[in-house]
Design a protein around this ligand. Structure first.
Ligand code: ZN
Length: 309
């Protein structure tokens, strides 16, 4: 029997990555193109088809060798119907059905997931969540998102909806969030929230020079103000993680995304606070830094494809 081969696709607001990936999760070839969603959906589909053909050719395979396609896409998306419902970062693609469009052209099964769920699936399959059946992934970057894997499957809400963990309310009095609530996790501990906290503590600085990354770098160098900002963000992180642990009691919590590249700066505070939880079996719950970096989404998309093949 021939080795199965799939293409994983990661669609974001600025770029689309694709890779030919085998059943063991080995990436055989990869390419990236700009998303340019404003050129319209039909144009996007044509460019994605060409991208798929290119990564297959790079891997020295024919299109007939392709077994399935998996897509992780910036949400909201509907994994049950295959539609993208994201007018925010994919303008002109809102309401389109990418699964039907690619299936019609390529005649192979196509699966779609929210990109945060795809990343969680990737880490569960081949990264920091390997060998665990219940994995919660927390992704901290421009926003806070994540995915929940229960018994090896992506947890879904009603109608396939994705749980938005970044909008767990951490404090009743926090800043107003675009979602309509106050004190959301995302509005208190994302990269921009960390930068905002630093600007508030150091008003003498040029605000344009303060970014999430600059605060993390300063904290690493030992700057006391930056360290205090990071500890405060870590305390917020711990409250969010606390809630996820009490809800799902996972074996592993995986921390990914740009801000969590500096996971070691947050870990002592998070670990210490989680240790105070007397309800959950915290001694059996591991907190780990993500292992796959930006490949988590591509590999998770490949897993989606292999499950459909
Ligand atoms: Zn919110």
């Amino acid at each position: 029997m021939k080795e199965r081969l799939v293409v994983g696709i990661d669609i974001g607001g600025t770029k689309i990555a694709a890779a030919a990936i085998d059943a063991q999760g080995q990436i055989l070839s990869r390419r990236v193109i700009p998303t340019e969603a404003e050129r319209g959906f039909q144009d996007g589909v044509q460019r994605i088809v060409r991208l798929i053909e290119q990564v297959m050719a790079d891997a020295h395979r024919r299109r007939a060798d392709l077994d399935a396609i998996g897509i992780g896409c910036a949400g909201p998306v509907n994994p049950l119907t295959g539609t993208i419902d994201n007018p925010y970062t994919l303008p002109t693609w809102d309401g389109v059905n990418i699964v039907d469009a690619l299936q019609r052209i390529l005649n192979v099964p196509v699966g779609l997931e929210n990109d945060a769920d795809a990343a969680a699936l990737g880490e569960y399959w081949l990264g920091a969540g390997q060998n665990a059946s219940i994995v919660v992934m927390v992704t901290v970057g421009t926003g806070i998102g994540g995915g929940v894997i229960l018994d090896g499957r992506v947890y879904r809400g009603v109608g396939g909806a994705h749980p938005e963990i970044g909008h767990l309310a951490i404090t009743a009095t926090g800043p107003e969030c675009y979602c309509g609530l106050r004190g959301c996790w995302e509005s208190l501990a994302s990269g921009p929230a960390i930068a905002a906290a630093m600007r508030a503590r150091a008003p003498e600085r040029d605000p344009t020079s303060v970014t999430g990354a600059s605060v993390l770098a300063e904290a690493r160098r030992g700057d006391p103000t930056a360290r205090a900002v990071v500890v405060r963000a870590a305390q917020v992180m711990a409250r969010g993680v606390f809630t996820l642990i009490n809800l799902y009691v996972p074996q592993v919590v995986v921390f990914g995304g740009g801000v969590m590249q500096a996971y070691d700066l947050f870990a002592p505070t998070i670990q210490e606070q989680i240790g105070r939880d007397t309800m959950a079996p915290v001694d059996r719950i591991e907190l780990r830094k993500a292992a796959l970096g930006t490949d988590a989404g591509l590999l998770g998309a490949a897993r989606v494809a292999l499950d459909r093949a």
